[in-house]
Design a protein around this ligand. Sequence first.
Ligand SMILES: [Ca+2]
Length: 168
Amino acid sequence: MAKFEGIIDKYTSDPKKAVSLIIIALAVVLIVYLALKILKGATGGLLNRISNTISSNENIDAVDRRTNNDAGGTWTDQEYEQMADRLYAAMNGPTTDEDAVAAVMKKIKNDSDWARLVAAFGLRDSSWNWFDTPHGLEQWIVEDFSSRDDIEKYINGPLSQGECTTRF
Ligand SMILES: [Ca+2]
């Protein structure tokens, strides 16, 4: 302890050394933060994604059974992936391309389509916000469309043109 106090005294008695001590402390905090962020992305993020994929696939089966849908979705798996990527591109970042989101919503004809789109979207985090954690399509829409008018115009309106029962 005496030795540690000696180090503190040594640094605080000299302003230059005090500044370098603060810089070192900030660097340590930053390195620990980055290490935790990378670790979280490599472990928690991956586990979250796997469990989300499993529950999404179970949900597709449940929706197909409930609606007696044997035909599958309106679109191919690849098309759902493209629609999910378009939604992400439209919502990611400080602005939102509402028309692009509405164009995708118009392609959702029923609950099976919606379940497949949610599954294709999976969990994504904002590339603009370091502190963001991966989350699903429903939460993305809620966070990106704050006004009731916009939700009705760009989300619920297009969704209600078909048989899809999802509303926000
Ligand atoms: Ca946005």
